[in-house]
Design a protein around this ligand. Sequence first.
Ligand code: ATP
Ligand code: LTN
Length: 330
Amino acid sequence: MEKMKTVFSGIQPSGNLTIGNYLGAMKNFSKFSEDYNTFYCVVDMHAITVRQVPAELRRRTYETLALYMAAGLDEKKNTLFVQSHVPQHAELGWILDCYTMFGELSRMTQFKDKSAKNAQNINAGLFTYPALMAADILLYQTDIVPVGIDQKQHLELARDVAIRFNQIYGDTFTVPDGYISPDTMKIMSLQEPTAKMSKSDPNPNGVVYILDSKDDIMRKFKRAVTDSGSEIRYSEDKPGVSNLMSIYSAFSGKSMEEIEREFDGKGYGDFKLAVGEACADGLSKIREEFAKLIADKAHLDEVMKCGAEAAFYHARKTMSKVRRKIGFVN
Ligand code: ATP
Ligand code: LTN
């Protein structure tokens, strides 16, 4: 029988999760639960590359785990865990730092963006972030990594590092592939449709959070920036409308052609209301589930503990191979 393939992904507990995180990443995670060996991680060590308030980091770590579960990830079918609970991430992260080039890291656009935004705290971790991400992925011999398009560059670096390591030491790591869903790979800000919707955006009107109330969701979509003209059409010269169409399509299951037909002859007002409704409906079940899960800390602690134990087992196997190949004394 063919070996079950492995899927790994992570989300930082660095803010309230947005529909960008949901549609671009989280919603795809559950597609793999049945037929793959899946690891979904709350990457708290990545989050501290930007200064965090300790109590908020702790709260958001629980919330991100609860959102994984609320979005449909069953803890019995998926390994759900927190990065800092499995020490091999830090261990392999350091090792891979030594196989990742300064020049490669200097080219990372996320580093450039985040350095510009955090000019007072351009720390070494922010710079070596992609090597830790490579460690996350390679520790589990991952085949597939579902992410949004903004992570493509980091993923390619992880592949390059795996290939480099394998060339030096012989086959050690599986070389991973990305899984990037073309329709939702980059959800844009509702206020600035040429910029990615991001949990750290200082303008809250452009960002729809998974846990927003229906009123907030409707208000944000009503205020969404559209384009000149009045047609509902998917095209490059209509970034505002096209973004809303992507969101509508993802929540309603309708194709772009169906949406264009549905709103033929209608105005932006009607369209924005429909998008808001579809989004609020799509998120309502997650919000309900989340409320139940977050009220039971003991259960979340148990899920984290079991997840960390399962992850540890796989991570340790890879690490003993890596240590031996490198020449560390056992
Ligand atoms: P930050 O704003 O703090 O940089 P972020 O919102 O980009 O964070 P991450 O934790 O870095 O969130 O990303 C988690 C996952 O969500 C990644 O796979 C990322 O590609 C995806 N993602 C984030 N924003 C979007 C978006 N607007 N559209 C599609 N996917 C997204
Ligand atoms: N860098 C990612 C989060 C992340 C990740 C990972 C994603 C950390 N480790 C491993 C996939 C696989 C981000 O900023 N979105």
